[in-house]
Ligand binder design. Structure first.
Ligand code: ADP
Ligand code: F6P
Length: 325
């Protein structure tokens, strides 16, 4: 049974970075210090924990970071944490540094690590940090709003040149396993087609036919938003150009979507979630994930959260298709 008395809180960021993680770190640090606790920052996620890259954090250490993208604590992926031996080592290091409450900012994989640590007596709280929006227990994840706005602005620029040249443009957005960035950009940028990993059996011949018909209807460009999980944008562009005779270009937006100054929404939501993580620990809670649903900040048991499933809302996808008329 974990000791629920919290004196020192540790905080780490894990998995892919996301804009707004710094706002969450700042909120954890300042809320905890304000409530008389000590705060330790763990660099480079679970890998840094294994390597004991642990520093004390003061209120001034998190000055001037709310507006910065990335994560001041840096992040990593750590194979060792997936093993039982690694998890025991991580728990022992937390105990060695007096970390009795740990805030883990990351995605489902990072939460699985937090769950293992909770089972080993470390009180843990997960905060949803990913640009992919693919965490089932929450309608909001730290970083999605910034990433989708970054992608949207870039796609607007591609559209300008696409229309001028009457071209087809395939724009690849991030999302190896999730199509939320693609879906939102598809709607926000008025794309003709949205290709998502969840709908992986798309019909390229049907797209080619649609491009030909849309030319007849007077469309001056044809925008395809393609998620990273489908990929192959460059070859797809060659095939489409050959089949339709319409000049086709591919643009892979890549990691620019993960960086940049967080939007107001990401700063505010991440700040509230960071504070809530500390409050939950002080209420004696552990093995929980903070989420946002129906206008409220809530928390779920990690086991329950990891068991939830999220799928692309069909109604939204149907609307995107309808609006591409
Ligand atoms: P995300 O947190 O964004 O889903 P990953 O899936 O890469 O990103 O997970 C981040 C890190 O969390 C991994 O590198 C690993 O250290 C840890 N992790 C992932 N899955 C597990 C697991 N099943 N058990 C323990 N730790 C895990
Ligand atoms: O953080 C999420 C994400 O950006 C996914 O959309 C993408 O598939 C993955 O991370 C790429 O991660 P990396 O290039 O850091 O391995």
């Amino acid at each position: 049974m974990a000791d629920k008395t919290i004196r020192t809180i540790g905080v780490l960021t894990s998995g892919g970075d996301a804009p707004g993680m710094n706002a969450a770190i700042r909120a954890v640090v300042r809320t905890a210090l304000g409530k008389g606790l000590k705060v330790r920052g763990i660099r480079k996620g679970y890998q840094g924990l294994m390597n004991e890259e642990i520093i004390d954090l003061s209120a001034r250490d998190v000055s001037d970071i709310i507006e910065r993208g990335g994560t001041i604590l840096q992040t990593a992926r750590c194979k060792e944490m997936r093993t039982e031996e690694g998890q025991q080592k991580a728990a022992a290091i937390c105990k060695k540094y007096g970390i009795d409450g740990l805030v883990v900012i990351g995605g489902d994989g990072s939460f699985a690590g937090a769950q293992k640590l909770a089972n080993l007596g470390i009180n843990t709280i997960g905060l949803p940090g990913t640009i992919d929006l693919d965490i089932a227990c929450t309608e909001y994840t730290i970083g999605f709003d910034t990433a989708v706005n970054t992608a949207m602005e870039a796609i607007d620029k591609v559209r300008d040149t696409s229309t001028s040249h009457e071209r087809c443009s395939i724009i690849e957005v991030m999302g190896r396993d999730a199509g939320y960035l693609a879906l939102w950009c598809g709607i926000a940028n008025g794309a003709e087609k949205i290709l998502m990993p969840e709908e992986h059996d798309f019909d390229e011949a049907a797209i080619i036919k649609d491009i030909q018909e849309s030319r007849k209807r007077g469309k001056k460009n044809y925008i395809i938003i393609n998620a990273e999980g489908i990929g192959d944008s460059i070859n797809m562009a060659k095939r489409i150009e050959e089949a339709t005779g319409m000049e086709t270009r591919a643009t892979v937006l890549g990691h620019m979507q993960r960086g940049g100054s967080p939007t107001c929404k990401d700063r505010v939501y991440a700040s509230i979630m960071g504070s809530k993580a500390v409050d939950l620990l002080l209420e004696g809670k552990s093995n929980r994930v903070v989420g946002y649903k129906h206008g409220e900040y809530i928390d779920f048991d990690i086991d329950e959260a990891l068991g939830m499933h999220k799928s692309i809302p069909q109604y939204q996808y149907d609307i995107a298709k309808q609006l591409a008329l």
